[in-house]
Design a protein around this ligand. Structure first.
Ligand SMILES: [Zn+2]
Length: 443
């Protein structure tokens, strides 16, 4: 945070934002929060401000990726990457990273933190390609539909937006989503595989993700994947994802083989993620172990939420968040069932420790509040408790696009409905629709 204050004092920030009608500025303690929404003309900035922002760009280049039209002229592009702050501009009135000129339909910048992408070029590693567990994409003739395959088995039927950039962008336009964060389809995480094979497969996938993000004109950001069955290899790939590929974070499963997320062997990975400032997105992957019924309704409706609750419980009660207080971890689907299971688990924790302990209670609440969650819970009223647990400043729009059958815009109605029902205030709604996701990503 020192860097933030040094990079731009209040007068310089004012100078930067004054010419911008859409800009907003507020303060949170000593941290300057400034969001310059879009179309900030470079020639309207003073030389002093340009210099200040350029310095910030040099200090904080890690973790920032810009649309090509912005990075071509580094002297005219500025940014700071400290948490809670985004200052940027493009020359010639271009759009700044992540803020294409689209979100006006909702009155806020709209950022979708939970969406999936399957690169059509992704194939199993050659030496183990015979193993039918590797997923790959088969696209029907004409490109109107596709199937995720495992060997000869159809794992899932999928829509073109899953692999086709133009189809995806058209759906984002229709829904008024300005920026989408693409994650690997969980079946590609391949935690059953040998570490070296998973590493090769996921490296290839990460490369293809970086290509897609780069080709998206600033509309997409990306999360990579790492072979967590080999923690050293996972750390190496996580750093490559962040530093070389310029993706924003990493998606991980709820369990790594037989290991729960609080397993000691995984601690070096969490330590490295904290150290490098890489946000983690936990997605359900182990549903069949979380419920005893495998039919789709149970798996989708109960299994995913239970699976995610088990992961959240391991993070909170298993010491991970305690050991790594700066780690940014988001859990899909509103943290699953965890917002509901938490009080009972905390009660059980107190019993096992010999009785209630106000210090322990406060600590647990603090740990839960450090989690992030998406708002993909299908019921605005349901968001009230999720926001109560993690805070409305840690809640982000998530759509699971393009897997849900309804049009993308309907995925936004849980959040906009929460605003209409006074579950979220107007300013909280704005944060949930966009700004929180940027903060989670460290932009
Ligand atoms: Zn998903």
């Amino acid at each position: 945070m020192d860097k933030v204050t040094k990079a731009a004092d209040s007068s310089q920030v004012t100078a930067a934002t004054n010419p911008v009608e859409t800009g907003t500025i507020s303060r949170d303690g000593t941290t300057v929060i400034a969001t310059v929404n879009y179309k900030v003309a470079h020639d309207k900035l003073t030389d002093a401000t340009k210099n200040t922002l350029q310095e910030a760009a040099q200090q904080g280049r890690d973790g920032v990726g810009w649309p090509d039209e912005c990075v071509r002229d580094p002297a005219a592009t500025g940014s700071s990457t400290a948490r809670n702050r985004l200052l940027a501009w493009c020359p010639g009135g271009g759009n700044i990273a992540g803020m294409p000129d689209l979100p006006a339909a909702h009155g806020h910048p709209v950022v979708d933190i939970h969406a999936h992408y399957f690169p059509s070029a992704l194939r199993p590693p050659t030496r183990v390609a015979d193993d039918p567990r590797w997923p790959f994409l088969a696209i029907d003739e004409g490109g109107g539909a596709g199937r995720i395959m495992r060997g000869t088995e159809v794992f899932r039927r999928v829509k073109p937006a899953l692999w086709d950039m133009q189809a995806r962008l058209a759906e984002l336009d229709a829904a008024g989503v300005g920026m989408q964060v693409i994650s690997p389809v969980p079946v590609t995480l391949s935690m059953w595989a040998e570490g070296k094979d998973a590493a090769e497969f996921l490296r290839r996938q990460n490369d293809l993700f970086a290509e897609a993000v780069s080709a998206s004109g600033g509309r997409l950001r990306g999360l990579g994947a790492v072979p967590l069955q080999d923690v050293d290899a996972a750390i190496t790939e996580m750093l490559r994802v962040k530093q070389e590929l310029r993706l924003d974070g990493v998606e991980i499963g709820t369990r790594i083989g037989d290991l729960e997320l609080d397993a000691p062997v995984l601690r070096p990975f969490f330590a490295a993620a904290q150290e490098a400032g890489v946000p983690l997105f936990v997605h359900p992957t182990d549903v069949e172990h979380a419920v005893r019924r495998a039919e789709p309704m149970y798996s989708f409706g109960v299994g995913m939420l239970t699976d995610t609750a088990l992961a959240a419980t391991a993070l909170v009660f298993g010491g991970v968040l305690e050991e790594f207080p700066e780690l940014r971890v988001a859990l899909a689907h509103g943290c699953g069932a965890f917002p509901w299971t938490y009080p009972r688990t905390a009660y059980g924790d107190a019993l096992l420790r010999g009785g209630p302990d106000p210090e322990r209670t406060a600590q647990l609440n603090r740990l839960v509040g450090s989690l992030w969650a998406d708002a993909l819970v299908f019921d605005p009223e349901h968001l009230r408790l999720v926001a109560e647990r993690v805070g409305a400043d840690h809640l982000m729009l998530g759509t699971d696009h393009p897997f849900l059958t309804a049009p993308l815009e309907t995925a936004l109605t849980t959040v906009t409905g929460a605003a209409e029902q006074n579950v979220l205030s107007e300013s909280e709604t704005a944060r949930v629709l966009g700004r929180n996701a940027l903060e989670f990503l460290g932009l």
